[in-house]
Design a protein around this ligand. Structure first.
Ligand SMILES: [Zn+2]
Length: 380
């Protein structure tokens, strides 16, 4: 048997139009002065106005903060702390894609515990509990609202740091598929592929448990059903709901089983070539699945819905890799590393950086710089 310890810390409210209930939910948690962390796109889309109104209707003060960008870094977190410190907020609402949720968590760490993000690298380093937070994702992607980790880049090296604490988990995840309708097509595709990569990688890690498998497999089904649907019919609310819930479940799986070689290899590409996270995963993941095949075929077969397939059925990994390539094509993400400007000569250095990523240590096939070279070469 594989033991596990799972303590749900987050209430999940999943409904069409659920965003209108944020004021009531915040009031129930005794929020009085809220730091509303939302990227500028959320203002334009009208989501900030909707959330502000719902909170103010409950006589909750709203202090909005928008000064950050994609892949929030340590400098943006420090700016957020400086902004928030004199405001004496008692709570946070994080609204937007993964960047908004990570930024809100990052600010929460340094606002409540001082120091810099580097002090919280790893897990459980906060001495005082973080401020209670409501997380409202507007893309189906990172599933950050299901996790107690903030992923923050170092402003100098651009490498990602995972900073976790039990109290960094949001109190309520508000999942309203209507909010995802305004995402541009390429955002829907890249965020969606990220979520798919979470389902696939969590399903095979060395840390996976029967519980994480439950979330990985259900996430894969929901995302597999929804991905092509929302790209072909952007207004399909059932497809949007499947994607949002699938991304959340995949995020829950990460919390239990961590990720693997595709995320380890993707991070240096984002840091050095500015290749968006979801796009980097679309380039790499099919090759990682083939590279893992000798160890993980049976688990890939189970993910694909054939629990009775055995390791000798070598087709499962190849079938999965092809399905992932189909997803990338439909999403306009079918690319090679060369298309992304990566030169063969850069591979040894990228591989050294990939091998240093914590996340790679959970990959089912032992992953090191040599393995990273093989994966990058295959994706070139
Ligand atoms: Zn990811």
């Amino acid at each position: 048997m594989v033991p596990f310890d799972f303590e749900p810390r987050t209430r999940i409210v999943f409904a069409r139009g659920a965003v209108q209930r944020v004021g009531h939910l915040a009031s129930g948690l005794d929020f009085h002065r809220v730091l509303l962390v939302a990227d500028r796109g959320m203002v334009k889309a009208g989501h900030v106005a909707a959330v502000t109104k719902s909170l103010e209707d409950q006589r909750i003060d709203v202090l909005p903060y928008h000064h950050f960008a994609e892949n929030p870094d340590t400098a943006m977190i420090e700016a957020g702390r400086k902004f928030a410190e004199p405001l004496r907020v008692d709570s946070i609402v994080a609204l937007g894609g993964g960047s908004s949720l990570d930024c809100a968590k990052g600010i929460n760490f340094v606002l409540t515990n001082g120091g810099s993000m580097h002090d919280y690298r790893g897990y459980g380093k906060a001495r005082t509990p973080l401020l209670p937070t409501i997380g409202i994702p507007t893309t189906a992607g990172t599933g950050s609202e299901a996790q107690s980790y903030a992923v923050i880049s170092d402003a100098t090296t651009h490498m990602k740091m995972a900073c976790g604490d039990p109290s960094a988990a949001v109190r309520i995840a508000l999942l309203d598929p209507e909010l995802t309708l305004t995402a541009p097509r390429h955002v829907t595709a890249m965020a969606g592929f990220d979520a798919i990569a979470h389902a696939v990688e969590t399903a095979v890690t060395i840390r996976r448990t029967p519980l994480s498998d439950t979330f990985s497999h259900r996430a894969w089904q929901l995302l597999g059903d929804g991905f092509e649907r929302v790209l072909l019919y952007p207004a399909d609310i059932e497809g949007r709901a499947a994607m949002l819930l699938g991304a959340h479940f995949a995020g829950t799986a990460i919390e239990q089983s961590m990720l693997g070689a595709a995320h380890a290899c993707a991070n240096p590409l984002t840091a050095r070539y500015n290749i968006t996270h979801g796009l980097a995963l679309a380039i790499l993941l099919p090759h990682v699945v083939r590279w893992n095949a000798q160890i993980a075929t049976e688990r890939y077969a189970a993910l694909m819905g054939s629990p009775r397939r055995r390791a000798r059925d070598e087709d499962a990994a190849e079938a999965l890799a092809r399905r992932l390539e189909d997803f990338a094509r439909v999403g306009g993400l079918a690319m090679t590393l060369s298309d992304g400007g990566v030169d063969e000569a850069a591979i040894p250095e990228l591989a050294a950086q990939a091998a240093a990523q914590w996340t790679g240590t959970f990959n089912p096939r032992p992953f090191d710089a040599e393995g990273a070279v093989e994966i990058y070469r295959a994706a070139l």
